[in-house]
Design a protein around this ligand. Sequence first.
Ligand SMILES: Nc1nc2c(c(=O)[nH]1)N[C@H]1C(S)=C(S)[C@@H](COP(=O)(O)OP(=O)(O)OC[C@H]3O[C@@H](n4cnc5c(=O)[nH]c(N)nc54)[C@H](O)[C@@H]3O)O[C@H]1N2
Ligand SMILES: Nc1nc2c(c(=O)[nH]1)N[C@H]1C(S)=C(S)[C@@H](COP(=O)(O)OP(=O)(O)OC[C@H]3O[C@@H](n4cnc5c(=O)[nH]c(N)nc54)[C@H](O)[C@@H]3O)O[C@H]1N2
Ligand code: SF4
Ligand SMILES: [Mo]
Length: 703
Amino acid sequence: MGAVKKIRTVCRSCHGGCGVIAHVQDNKVIKVEGDPASPISRGTLCSKGLAITQLAYHPDRIIHPMKKTNKGWEQISWDDALNTIAARFQAVIDACGPEAIVIGQGTGRDYESHLYRFANLLGTPNVLTAGHMCYVSRVGATLITCGNLPVADWNGHPRCIVMWGCNPQWTNPDEHKGVDFWSAYKKGAKLIVIDPRKGFLAKKADLWLQIRPGTDAALAMGFMHVIIAEELYEKDFVNHHVHGWDAFSERVKEYPPEAVEAITWIPRDLIRKAARMYAKTKPALLQWGVPTEQTINCTDCTRALVGLMAATGNLDAPGGNVFFVPPKVRSVSAFSCHKDLAPEQRKKQLGGEQYKLASRVALISPKAAWDAILTGKPYPLKAGLLCGTNPVVTRANAREAYAALKKLDFLAVMDFFLTPTADLADIFLPAGTWLEQNHIADNWKRHGYALAREKAVDIGECWQDHKIFMELGKRMGQEWFDTVEAALDYLLEPSGLNWEEFKTIGYLKGEMVYHKYRRKGFSTPTGKVELYSTTLEKWGHDPLPKYTELPESPVSTPDLLDEFPYILNAGLRTPTFFHSANRMIPWLREIRPDPIVEIHPDTAAKHGITAGQWVAIASPRGRVKQRARLNTGIDPRVVVAEHGWWFPEIKTEGHGWDISNINILTDNAPETLDPVMAATNLRVCLCNISPCEDQEEMNEWRN
Ligand SMILES: Nc1nc2c(c(=O)[nH]1)N[C@H]1C(S)=C(S)[C@@H](COP(=O)(O)OP(=O)(O)OC[C@H]3O[C@@H](n4cnc5c(=O)[nH]c(N)nc54)[C@H](O)[C@@H]3O)O[C@H]1N2
Ligand SMILES: Nc1nc2c(c(=O)[nH]1)N[C@H]1C(S)=C(S)[C@@H](COP(=O)(O)OP(=O)(O)OC[C@H]3O[C@@H](n4cnc5c(=O)[nH]c(N)nc54)[C@H](O)[C@@H]3O)O[C@H]1N2
Ligand code: SF4
Ligand SMILES: [Mo]
């Protein structure tokens, strides 16, 4: 056995960022441990990161390119695979134009620079991501409101923390990890938690606001009502740096705590108390989570929350929500060749005319893609390339997603495993995990860091995604770099470093300056925080934030209540799984073997449901099965279910994608989408529950 080499790198089993020391022996990673020198994780790692060796060396992992034949999947060479894709794409381009090809990814995985560059150089404006309702939607709404994404300044000594629909101890989302929250909290910051479920944080909170799922925009306006009525806002900031304060204040009058209590189910005095605590304790930061975006209120809720940060003087202030200064590295967007997409191609973007904010951040909604495939309107999509996404399980109205992807003339998928989505592909390309790539990690985030992810090993014939886009692009006549590392040198050029130098340093950090607006205003059309949005006004939309009742709810569809009396809060994350990933990893699946639906004991009793039983959950769109856990920490009118479930152990095509997949129950009808961002309501619909009739068969299967 050879000597053990230690390679310093960066995890990306979620959105990534944690520093890792990979122990490599004989070209195999034998273990990973946290890197104490990492500014992001300071030595900590979560269960998903620690389990990477079981993922990377999993016996089911596909480590060679494959094509589907009449006899099933067959191993082929990279040349064969890439030439086939290039030829099929070229045929579509010749017949229908490049816009008939959809390029898709899921959540942020550090390859958007290469994916977008490939799509732009191909000439297709149809890039499908999760950004319409996750993170990018926050970026889009903040771009038009205050010019950039305000990020929680955990290390700036916040004295009050508002955890608004975010659960970082489990999810470690976005810029910062749970460890940063924890150290700020331990220093004695007050904690306000806004969450329908009494989790770890709600139990620790000074104030817990148990909100009706999906009504956050109304609560934000309610906070603002208290802050304005009690004159708790920073008058100097508002006078000099807010556009449309008077009109905004008028709108806020529609949201007195009494009215907001009726919408959100939160007692009016608790709303007042929380608003006062946030406004009076300085500095205060507000950490928003993804449930605030996965609704028809996506853009308005984000804008109202920016209003809170601005009015209380916490915007770009230490310990508040700030605009971190990026390091001197080329940005994802600079690499992506957006300017190379011809204006006439850009105009053809599906849904672009209607969903102008989504279009501004260069993405389309899944609904627009599925419609184009299934109805041919406004023009058909014929072929697709999906990288790191499993829409059959993760997008609303999963049956429609499945039907659409099945109907494509040609589909290529880049993944580690044959997922329910990959099962529908013609070509499978084996991607390298983060252990198998050289890359500048976290460069898309807005925390001011760029991190060196150094390749630890090669496994089989897998290629890192960046190389796949690069080599496929070259075959389609696109201009790329000779090697992955040459592209990294280009990204690093402004810093004066090359890849070899950067990886020895480990990370770069931009030098932070607070209160930048005092010198140069905000990057909006008026140079101010636009609580009255001139951009939305120009687009013909309401320039002021408001709450729109959810499209399917006890209020808007009372006629459904007889059949579907409960609110389904769909998408509870668990620490071990990342959306639809990791169900095949023994260490992780052992902790969470089954999909779980949480039900209040009183509600369960009404239906004769006991803990551990299989429950049929039904919505107007379908029915799936999950296992009951009783939880007194949720409202008896709400049922909380996990998303992302399929069963890798079922070896037939589809891998049981329709047994427990909660997105069979969610809706994506146009009238349920956010009007400018096309955000999908993945989180809230009506449902009913009943014990499954086939308990015995289900138990036998699972045990
Ligand atoms: N009902 C409901 N649905 C939801 C949500 C919810 O809360 N409720 N949340 C939504 C959110 S926020 C998001 S972002 C989406 C996520 O949606 P997706 O991104 O589609 O979901 P994942 O399951 O993470 O997608 C994963 C696939 O990528 C593969 N993969 C992982 N890393 C890599 C890599 O580096 N390269 C390649 N090529 N493949 C890789 C994995 O093996 C997996 O098969 O889901 C959404 N779906
Ligand atoms: N382990 C793990 N980590 C993940 C993921 C994963 O699948 N697994 N997914 C990743 C992705 S892509 C994302 S976007 C992030 C998301 O991570 P977060 O932003 O933390 O969001 P969630 O965990 O979806 O929800 C956070 C909290 O909001 C509560 N909540 C649910 N509905 C509502 C609501 O309507 N209003 C309010 N105020 N609260 C609500 C939930 O009970 C939960 O406690 O996590 C990332 N990290
Ligand atoms: S939080 Fe994310 S980056 Fe950190 S160890 Fe876990 S999976 Fe890896
Ligand atoms: Mo997400």
